[in-house]
Design a binder for this molecule. Structure first.
Ligand code: GLU
Length: 309
């Protein structure tokens, strides 16, 4: 088995799907990529169901994801963690930010913001309308965390170094939404720390979120994991495969073919007789031969057309 410099370092990775539908080719890339990186480094691989957004959740999707991963032989370590059961942890992090004087209530509706904001990496930049207090007669809807002028650098194992000024590119961002739900940015930071995740491998659509996550880690005194953002699978129109773009569900019946397609998508070497290999043989081969340097850097790659409706 190839050795790499990080092999002696403790490694704990994770896959953190939102149960908004069944796994499709795009989510399998993140699942398999995070799994292989963990197992190649003889690390642990944890599973966290990010079910903190009930309006987007599809009943039964979480169980379906677990069954699909099992059927593909992607076995996780430890118990599955569910964000829906961890609200008190997120509230404790909010209380800490409040203590630090970094939170404020915001009355702005989404529609009010683009009018007054500048276009930024993550959509509209919040221009700080409620930063100094609520406008007269308005009540707070969401909670925002104050950002400062310092730039946040991300060292990504594949995408290289990027830097973002939160003030200029995001503005003070939401940590508790107007509907009372905890924002993804806060939950993911609290959970990666609580689960002692050392390596995050996920889709490059989340690269722009990473500076906000690093910022929250610093405020909360949490350590920053290593990041690896994989190119996301896109359809012919350049859209990320997702429920909204009608991506096909992956079926364990075709596990071998799907694993081969994921490995090809990530430009990994395949065994000579790949077409005859069982899913188990492919998985073992891929763990041994996993090579991050072979993956093309960049945010997106075309999906094989058979996974696109
Ligand atoms: N739950 C997120 C998603 O399914 C992924 C979060 C993460 O990997 O940080 O897109």
């Amino acid at each position: 088995m190839p050795r790499s410099g990080t092999e002696t370092k403790p490694y704990r990775g994770r896959f953190a799907p939102s149960p908004t539908g069944p796994l499709h080719f795009g989510s399998m890339v993140a699942a398999v990529g995070s799994y292989l990186d963990a197992r190649h480094h003889r690390g642990e691989w944890r599973l966290r169901i990010e079910d903190i957004d009930p309006p987007r959740e599809v009943p039964g999707a979480a169980d379906g994801i677990l069954r699909t991963l099992e059927a593909f032989g992607l076995e996780w370590d430890g118990a599955v963690s569910y964000q829906s059961r961890r609200r008190d942890r997120y509230e404790a992090a909010l209380a800490r930010l409040e203590q630090l004087g970094l939170l404020y209530g915001c009355a702005c509706t989404r529609r009010e913001i683009p009018d007054s904001g500048l276009p930024g990496a993550g959509g509209a930049v919040y221009p700080g309308i409620c930063r100094g207090g609520l406008p007269p007669g308005r009540t707070a809807r969401s909670l925002r965390v104050r950002v400062d002028d310092s730039g946040i650098g991300v060292h990504d194992r594949l995408q290289g170094h990027t830097r973002q000024s939160l003030r200029e590119e995001e503005g003070d961002f939401i940590v508790r939404r107007a509907d009372g739900l905890i924002a993804y940015q806060l939950a993911v930071v609290v959970d990666d720390a609580a689960q002692r995740i050392t390596h995050v491998v996920r889709g490059a659509d989340l690269l722009d979120s990473t500076p906000r996550q690093i910022y929250l880690q610093r405020l909360l005194g949490l350590s920053t994991p290593d990041y690896l953002h994989l190119p996301v699978a896109v359809n012919g129109a350049g859209e990320k495969l997702a429920k909204q773009t009608r991506a096909r569900e992956v079926s364990p019946e075709h596990a071998g073919r799907i694993l081969r397609d994921v490995l090809r998508f990530l430009r990994q070497r395949l065994p000579e007789s790949a077409d005859d290999a069982t899913p188990e043989e492919l998985r073992q081969w891929a763990i041994a031969h996993w090579d991050v340097r072979a993956i093309p850097a960049g945010r997106a790659l075309p999906s094989p057309t058979r996974y696109v409706v």
